[in-house]
Design a protein around this ligand. Structure first.
Ligand SMILES: *Cc1c(COP(=O)(O)O)cnc(C)c1O
Length: 468
């Protein structure tokens, strides 16, 4: 399988090259040259374990990695999950909840980032190379990425988070990792500032090459790929139980990476009838899917901080398909968006796949309370946004699967606010309170960040002796 950039420049890359490159050199995002149709394989995949299913799906895209190596990467990645099904589905009242939070940092991002960490290690070992990962986080990516690569020989990781704007637990999950290949940076700015600085440094090709930058942000194709697997897994579980032909998924959405994986699953032939784009008050996507106008606003902090985003990086992948696979038109759109902050792009009226809605703070709280009182099930605030918005798109014969993207114990304040009770606990969270932490505070300035990264790489740390 070859991969090309949405902006159309450069020659196609193999899977391994694509993963190591991260963001395309022309500033675009990578897409596979084709999406395989697996409709005729669904029945034979139906009863597979999570890891077996992951292998079947991933080998279609990672065809330059031998099956035995890919299997080892998958087994290692999902062996650390605390549930034997990896991503179990539970029926709760009117909805099915796909629990994606059984990984080491209790967020869905572990599903992709455990895989990516092992994949990087495999590729770097093979090429005898090293990599310096630069990542922006609104909370959960940072810790999941750090847990994906901590302590690895050939990798350093620099994680930028908006200082004071991630939850206490999220911050501790990152800053309590003291491995000497891990650098936490608290930036005086928003998540979008963090993301813009990372993007700018990636676009500085000289800097990027010199310091061998790698990306774990959701633009990395391997993250999308890892996420495709659980759409299949969940669909099979719910079909087993209900016999339903079609399914709907509701996805708490920020950077459009998770739901884009659902779109890929649908393109591969999974019978998905609707994908519900659920946003919080930062509703640029919800407005877009309801009006056709994509216009940037200011970031509003909410109870679901991992969705407090305006610049939606993965949306470019969807826009590429919407442009009729036309990189010239796509580049025009991106330029217009940059200059005017707003763009109108009519959707194909036949495309009824995506529907969208906004779940604000009041709805989030009410939904957490309702699910606790009626069903004794605790939703984290991100998941609650997805469940709240899903309730507007229920169909009597088509089951709704809501993606649960974080464990409620990560967002205990919201749970207390909603239920009045201090009930959201998890041993991995409790342990954090007593651990020593480490971070660097920097201004939201590209040059300041570049200098920090440069100095730490050149100062070496444990990879300094060239004896990799
Ligand atoms: C990252 C994240 C999201 C948003 O996922 P995207 O792929 O960015 O749309 C939702 N919920 C939680 C808990 C997250 O960490």
């Amino acid at each position: 399988m070859q991969y090309f950039s949405t902006r159309g420049e450069g020659s196609p890359l193999s899977f391994k090259e694509t993963i190591l490159t991260g963001l395309a050199r022309d500033g675009g995002l990578f897409l596979p040259e084709s999406i395989p149709d697996v409709s005729d394989k669904l029945d034979s995949w139906r009863y597979m374990t999570y890891s077996d299913l992951a292998l079947e799906i991933m080998r279609l895209y990672a065809d330059d990695i031998p099956d035995s190596a890919l299997r080892a990467i998958i087994d290692k990645s999902y062996g650390v999950f605390r549930h034997e099904e990896v991503t179990p589905v539970v029926e709760v009242g009117p909805i099915y909840i796909l629990e994606l939070f059984h990984g080491p940092t209790l967020a869905f991002k572990d599903v992709a980032l455990q895989f990516l960490g092992n994949l990087f290690e495999y590729c770097l070992e093979e090429n005898k190379e090293e990599m310096n990962i630069l990542a922006a986080t609104s909370g959960d990516t940072g810790s999941a990425a750090i847990y994906g690569v901590r302590g690895r020989e050939r990798i350093r990781i620099f994680v930028l988070h908006p200082n004071g704007r991630v939850s206490d637990v999220q911050e501790r999950q990152m800053t309590s990792v003291l491995d000497d290949n891990v650098f936490n940076i608290g930036l005086t700015g928003t998540f979008d500032d963090c993301q813009n600085i990372v993007k700018e440094l990636f676009c500085d090709l000289e800097f990027r090459d010199k310091y061998k930058l790698g990306s774990v942000n959701s633009i990395n194709w391997a993250r999308v790929l890892a996420q495709v697997v659980y759409y299949f897994y969940a669909a099979f579980r719910v079909q087993e139980k209900t016999g339903a032909k079609q399914l709907r998924f509701s996805v708490p959405t920020g950077n459009f990476g998770d739901i884009f994986a659902g779109y890929v699953a649908r393109q591969m032939g999974l019978p998905v009838d609707k994908l519900v784009v659920a946003t919080n008050e930062n509703d640029i996507l919800s407005r877009y899917f309801n009006t056709g106008v994509y216009s940037l606003g200011a970031v509003t902090p909410t109870l679901s901080p991992s969705m407090d985003i305006q610049v939606v990086s993965n949306f470019e992948r969807y826009l590429y398909y919407l442009s009729g696979n036309d990189p010239v038109l796509l580049k025009q759109w991106m330029a217009e968006l940059r200059s005017s902050g707003s763009i109108e792009i009519k959707r194909d009226p036949k495309d009824e796949l995506f529907v969208a809605g906004r779940g604000d703070t009041e709805m989030t709280i009410a939904t957490i309370r309702e699910y606790w009182e009626k069903y004794a099930y605790l939703l984290d605030p991100h998941t609650a946004v997805g469940v709240a918005v899903a309730s507007q798109f229920m169909h009597p014969d088509i089951p709704m699967i809501a993606l649960a993207t974080a464990h409620p114990a990560k967002f205990n304040d919201a749970i207390i606010q909603a239920t009045g009770e201090d009930i959201a606990h998890h041993e991995l969270v409790e342990e954090l309170a007593d651990l020593p932490t480490q971070k660097e505070l920097l201004a939201a300035d590209r040059d300041v960040v570049a200098e920090f990264v440069r100095s730490r790489i050149e100062a070496g740390g444990k990879n300094a002796n060239g004896d990799l």
